[in-house]
Structures are given as structure tokens and as C-alpha cells.
Design a protein around this ligand. Structure first.
Ligand SMILES: *Cc1c(COP(=O)(O)O)cnc(C)c1O
Length: 395
């Protein structure tokens, strides 16, 4: 008999190492308890060095960075913007902050990210679009070369949401270095964290300067508070930056541990009718932020979802995300459905959606997929129990 976990097994929680406290304390002791200071300077420098971009601007959140990226792209009220469909809402909401209208692009099946074919089709349907916002979901790089080439062909600005993919590479190059304006996040559940925080990355010096200005209330050079542009209070705190600074040396270790978790699941499920979230082995190296599972079509039991609830019918030898998630929850382990596609969200139900498949890939992955406990602190013995629990769903 398997007993419920005494300590909850989480999806993804912060993993601290001690250095974080040193840098936070340094901010306190030197009284740089503000949005200026050595920690901010250092994490901006570390990020440029790690990602390989020229400029990094520390901000209060990834969402703030996405907002300023959309402003930099020049999105105006009524402008349509192509956005990844299967993502977290924070990828696309900032388009709407500026009055833009997201048009959602379906995923391909090799990485679950924006389908270049659907993007090409979207440009033929909406030739005036000038901005694309795409995500590297769950830490798996998208087919970014193809997406970049299409953006170049149509002279569109590319915004890369690398909030979940820090440290992942495509053909040896870091995600967050392909777009014109790119975003990383240090939210509490990400691969490294500041408890909150984010950054805008770019090679464009003028753009970086604008972001520094906009994020600190757009003050002009004058003896008084002088304003010519809309401003925001979006700058990163030097205390938060201290946490991020302390996490940086452990980024590669976090990725290695996430990869080991992914591999252990993959081995554990080899006799089950499921697959893991896919990536293209010789082209990309994910950061393995979340391990996900996809139930084979012919092994899916009947599952019904309303706007806010899910039910399933037990069938011998079959299972479904709802059954697996309920089982995990009953044993004090945290799983989560796949991020519900934006075109299925009530708030975006009237927006455009472009797919190259009869059944959109995003709808299918949402139906058959789920996120598994992927916490760095999960012990191997705990993960083995999670695997056994999932196996028991297919009996
Ligand atoms: C977390 C996340 C964001 C937002 O980052 P915050 O720092 O939490 O504002 C944006 N996009 C994706 C895909 C994310 O996972």
C-alpha cells in the first residue's frame, strides 16, 4: 500500500542555497534598500554574460518586461499581434495593456510551441501584422530559427517570452537572445528566482535606455519632475536582485537536476501508453523546467471538462489527466493541467486563432496532457512513488 506523502511533493518551488541571504543582507547593511544598487548592476551584468545579449534591464516582474517589450514594438490600439496560443496568460495580456488585439497561433507537435506553418498562414491572412510574441513553454525551445526567418520575411518585431526557459539553448544559443526584445522571469516557481522579478533583454541600446526610463516613471532631465511620456513603477528592487544574484551560481545545477527528473519519469513510464513533453534532440537543449506527460490517444478514458470542473469515467487499461491529477492530489502531490490555450479562454473567445491542423494541436495537448511534480527538492524515492501512482491509473 502506498501512503500519502507526509510532506507535499510540489510542482516547482524556490530552491535557496544561502548566498541569497548574503546579498540581501549586504543591501540592508549598506542601506541600498531601493531600486538602485550593486545587486541590480551585478545581476544585469551576469544576465548579459549568461544569455549573450548586450543589455539587460532588471524589472519588477516578467509581466512588466513583456509590457515594456510590447511598447518598444510600437503596438498601438487596434493593432493585431500574433501570440502563442498555448501559454500562460502573462505572455499575451501585456499586448492588451497597450490596446493590441492578440491573434493566437497554434502549436506544432515536436516542441508544443508556436507552429511556424501556422505563423506563415497567419501572415497570409493578416498581412499587416508587425509584432509576434512567442513563448518557450515549460523550458523547451520553440523552432526559433524558422519563426525568426518568418518574422524577418514580413519585417515583424519578435518578442521572445523566455520566462520559463532560462538556460535552455537552441543550436547552442540561449533562448532570450533571438528576438528583438526578450523577457525572462524570476518569479518564485521559475528555474532560478528572486521571489519575484524579471528582465528585458535586447541588443538595442536605445531600447534598453527607454526601458530604464519608462520603468522609473519616465522622468526627464530637469530640476523638477518633468514628464513627456507615460511612466511606470517597474524597476527591480535591489533586495530582490540580491536573491537573484545568489541564485545565479546554481542555475546550471538546477537545470541538471530538472533534467534528471525528466529522465527518471521517461524511464519510469517506458511501459505505459504515454509520452513526455517532446523536444528535438540534436537541435535544442531544454532547461526541463517542468516535466509533462501526454496520454496516448487510444489510452484515453472518457474525460469531460466544463468551464471550471472536470470529471472522468474509469475504464480498464486507460486513464486521463483528470484521473491522474486526482490521484496525485489524493496522495499529497501537486500536478497541474497543461496551460489552457488562450483561444479557449473566455476572455479571448472572440480573438482570431490560426491552426494548420483539423484538431488544433493545443486543444489536443490540453485534453491529453498534464504537468508532473517537477520540484528540484523531490527525492528519487518520492519520484518513484509518483511514477507508481501514475502506473496504477492505467490498471
Ligand atoms: C511566469 C511567466 C510569465 C510572467 O512572469 P512574472 O515574473 O511572474 O510576471 C510570463 N510568461 C510565462 C510563460 C511565464 O511562465
Amino acid at each position: 500500500m502506498i501512503k500519502p506523502f507526509e510532506n507535499k511533493v510540489w510542482l516547482a518551488t524556490p530552491t535557496m542555497h544561502g548566498d541569497e541571504l548574503t546579498y540581501m543582507k549586504e543591501a540592508y547593511e549598506t542601506n541600498w534598500m531601493s531600486t538602485i544598487g550593486a545587486n541590480i548592476n551585478e545581476v544585469e551584468r551576469l544576465t548579459c554574460e549568461y544569455v549573450g545579449c548586450k543589455y539587460a534591464v532588471g524589472l519588477s516582474a516578467g509581466t512588466a518586461a513583456l509590457h515594456l517589450a510590447v511598447k518598444l514594438a510600437g503596438v498601438k490600439p487596434g493593432d493585431k499581434v500574433f501570440c502563442s496560443d498555448m501559454t500562460f496568460a502573462a505572455t499575451v495580456n501585456p499586448v492588451v495593456f497597450e490596446g493590441g488585439v492578440p491573434v493566437f497561433i497554434d502549436s506544432e507537435k515536436d516542441t508544443w510551441n508556436m507552429d511556424p506553418n501556422a505563423l506563415e498562414k497567419a501572415f497570409s491572412l493578416y498581412p499587416d501584422v508587425k509584432t509576434v510574441v512567442m513563448v518557450h513553454l515549460y523550458g523547451t525551445p520553440a523552432k526559433i530559427d524558422a519563426i525568426r526567418a518568418i518574422c524577418d520575411k514580413y519585417s515583424a518585431t519578435l518578442i521572445e517570452d523566455a520566462a520559463e526557459s532560462m538556460g535552455a539553448t537552441y543550436k547552442g544559443k540561449q533562448t532570450g537572445s533571438f528576438g528583438n526584445y526578450n523577457v525572462i522571469s524570476f518569479n518564485g516557481n521559475k528555474i532560478i528566482t528572486g521571489s519575484s522579478g524579471g528582465m528585458l533583454l535586447t541588443d538595442d541600446e536605445a531600447a534598453a535606455q527607454k526601458v530604464r526610463k519608462w520603468s522609473t516613471q519616465s522622468r526627464e532631465a530637469a530640476p523638477w519632475y518633468q514628464h513627456e511620456e507615460m511612466g511606470y513603477n517597474y524597476r527591480m528592487s535591489n533586495v530582490i536582485a540580491g536573491v537573484v544574484r545568489g541564485q545565479y551560481p546554481y542555475l546550471d545545477e538546477h537545470i541538471a537536476r530538472k533534467k534528471a527528473i525528466y529522465q527518471r519519469y521517461k524511464d519510469g513510464f517506458k511501459d505505459l501508453p504515454v509520452t513526455m513533453n517532446p523536444y528535438i534532440e540534436n537541435e535544442m537543449e531544454p532547461n526541463f523546467w517542468l516535466s509533462c506527460l501526454l496520454v496516448d490517444k487510444d489510452a484515453m478514458s472518457k474525460q469531460t471538462r466544463t468551464a471550471t470542473e472536470a470529471t472522468f469515467e474509469k475504464e480498464a487499461g486507460k486513464s486521463c489527466p483528470t484521473e491522474i491529477l486526482e490521484k496525485l492530489a489524493a496522495y499529497n502531490a501537486e500536478g497541474r493541467p497543461i496551460w489552457k490555450p488562450m483561444h479557449m479562454q473566455p476572455i479571448y473567445k472572440d480573438n482570431g486563432f490560426v491552426s494548420c491542423f483539423d484538431t488544433p494541436a493545443c486543444e489536443d495537448i490540453f485534453e491529453r496532457g498534464l504537468c508532473l511534480p517537477s520540484d528540484i527538492t523531490m527525492a528519487e524515492e518520492e519520484q518513484d512513488i509518483v511514477i507508481e501512482l501514475i502506473k496504477s491509473c492505467f490498471v
